[in-house]
Design a protein around this ligand. Sequence first.
Ligand SMILES: [Zn+2]
Length: 90
Amino acid sequence: MQCAWCESKKATNAAATCYWELPDGTRAIEIVAIPSVQCPDCGMEYQDETLVEEIEDQLMLIDTKPLPNSLTYQELMEVPRFLKKNYFKL
Ligand SMILES: [Zn+2]
């Protein structure tokens, strides 16, 4: 796949670990195995913008208090939402 930064064709899918601050700012959680793109040419490792939005939306729509300090992207996305729609998004 193509790197969004340097347009190298050598970019590959990777799984990244990121620290994510909760929307209420109380703490940051570690999210493991986030689908990412890794580029050997420019060294960038990044997430698709839509995926970042998905994570932000999910954190807005779930009860983040019982979340463990570390979980996988998959586990995070499987947490049931308590709002049907994201009222915070304009
Ligand atoms: Zn690159």
